[in-house]
Design a protein around this ligand. Sequence first.
Ligand code: ASP
Length: 317
Amino acid sequence: MTQDCFPHRHLLGIQGLGPEEITALLDLAEGYVLQNRSLDKRKNLLRGRTVINLFFENSTRTRTSFELAGKRLGADVINMQAAASSVQKGETLIDTAMTLNAMHLDVLVVRHPDSGAVKLLSEKVNCAVINGGDGSHEHPTQALLDALTIRRRKGALSGLTVAICGDVLHSRVARSNIYLLNAMGARVRVIGPRTLVPTAIDRLGVEVFHDMRKGLAEVDVIMMLRIQNERMRGNFIPSIREYFHFFGLDREKLAMAKPDAVIMHPGPMNRGVEIDSDVADDVERSLIREQVEMGVAVRMACLDLLTRHIPRSGEAV
Ligand code: ASP
């Protein structure tokens, strides 16, 4: 595979990526799934490269899997938590970019609570930038790992009906998945209470449901979203009990979907709020653990593709 199949310097979002580019990335990730399951998980593809994970928000899966992905490809990986960095001392995002430039890194993975902050940084740094989640805007690698997980179970994305349920309003995962699934020819439904579904979301080419039982009818894939309390200003749900009753995934609501419908969740899960443990842990239907596995492979593919554009020092530009 050449870099022509993915002619981008950064991965800031799924919006704007075409089906060929998404497919190329997923195909490359398939190879890394095999590598990660083998005894020798390490390759030297990125030897001499430096990857920095710069996280201004908490993360478990994304940060750890980027770290593993970089290390398995032989790169030097450094994790920077905003709380432990100069950002807490008042350094601006631009100053941070200047500091990072002086360190000659190759890839910067950034998570930030503000939508658009990752793009701003990408305009100021000399390296490739991967968006590890910016506010409620996009989380491209989550959508890619979700797509790989679905493709492996269902064979293809095209023609499937996927329901994205819950706190869509605050969810970057929902937005990236909507762009990706639409680009790949899946039908997308969005399900949630009126307070947690943006009014203009249908402009993104989705069908909106406020009744979960109706929305789940005959779907192939159910993606549950976490209630994002940290992004809520005010009260969006009357009570957890009521939310679970109407929008929590349990056996009874699951029965509305196709008999072979699969369950997904990007994590971290609020058990008993948006999902019942009984369905989350159902080994036949739940793909939640597989999503985590695919996360490492997809992030390896992203690091691999984006570093193909960067010449090694001494190489002709
Ligand atoms: N881990 C995902 C994210 O960072 C989903 C979530 O936090 O609910 O957006």
